[in-house]
Design a protein. Sequence first.
Length: 521
Amino acid sequence: MPTRPEEPRLDLLDRGQLADLLRAGRLLASTLDCDAVLGRLLELTNRLLRTEASSIILLDERRERLRFRASVGERAREVMDCTLSPGEGIAGWVIARGEPCTVEDVAADPRWAGDIAARLDFPTRSILCVPVICGGVTIGAVEAINTTDGRPFGEADGAMLGALADLAAAAIRNARRHGELERDAAALIEEIRLGDDIVGPSPQIAALIEVIRKVAPTDATVLLRGESGTGKELIARALHYNSRRRAKPFTCVNCTLFSETLIESELFGHERGAFTGASRRRAGRFEGSDGGTVFLDEVGSVSPGAQLKLLRVLDQREFERLGGSETIRADVRVIAATNEDLEAAIGEGRFREDLYYRLKVIEIVAPPLRERPEDIPALALHFLRREAAHAGRRVTAVSPEAMRLLEAWAWPGNVRELRNTIERAIVLGSGEAILPEHLPPEMRGAAPGAGGLTLGDAERERILLVLERAGWNKSRAARTLGVSRNRLERKIRSYGISPPPRTPPPVPRPPASRPPPSPSR
């Protein structure tokens, strides 16, 4: 969005007006209550400009509606319930262009959204409106309505309202930063709690925790390998929240969710007009995560163009927005994750070898749950306590029979599948303990002595059952199992699973020939 072309002309203001601005600045520094500051600024607007009403209109977080954040004057309470579409009305015009505007006769101006004034039964004659700009981006506008003595708005009025808009921008910026700090603090507490999910007495978990302890304080790029559901995102969060970057953003991007154009826009941002639908500049995830960590999940699906830009970010910490030429620097740590065979992708030309080695400064492999069955009881009880509290159920134990079933299962969905199984048992079960009948039917056939299945047999049976229920739709079955389609296809090949042969449709028999009619006599 464009910025205001010039700073307010404070030399146009008299000493009394400058003193009022100074007092407003002191108010700004004395409180983080944004609404109180904005209300006082609008009261000052009405007094200094001698106007009947004034309002502050801001774009909402999705930049889809213009909403009145504060209003002073007649019908102030009612106007707070009104909204506008982006670009609608004189305020929408000012916000879209980042330019001030003075309209002496709103009835004669085609930009005027007169329906709001009509609905509120408030006669609007003239408007002075200036943009509110934060960090070079127009986020809203301040408007003053109708001078009390009928005079036209002058240059000094515009200078005063521009200065008040700058104070409003500072109040909004301070409130947002304070809110971000509060959210980050709450998230930090939550992430520390979530970090407790890396539990278990196995040597693999002990080794994993030791690696996290060593790697977290550094800025080294990390590549996380492992099957779906093994907790790669959890490891990435533990690395971030045990680093010096813990107070800065942790941004997670699932690279499989975006097309080639959109993944570049998502990561690096875009300029207005960079592609169809790019109606305004947008900052990307790297730009918004300056000082923090970006976690690239399923990095193997990143497009070739984005791979080249990502390599430059890793090497030089700089990039350009899509469709732009301005070089942007961002101090961001990159943690990437994949369950794909990147070495095979390199051989097939789908992944850059130089990017692979740049990501693989530190490689951490998340062990699958079937290779550490001794962790299952500790994980099951951990999820039991957490999910029972969330569901408000008094479930305190897993019966020995149910635990034997859990330990015998092959867990193709790994820790995620175990967590979901425990949650399902708590929700659908009854009593204070999880019993075998509370577990999925296919799992109850996996216990030793109840079918003689090995871990591999149990996994094969589970995959086969889910495929049959999904009508052999591999994408649907993969979602049910909590794994990627590529991972499922590798399992299908390794277990030699194939769909049942289709019964060919019956071959239609030709109609029986009829004897020719006998000639008529």
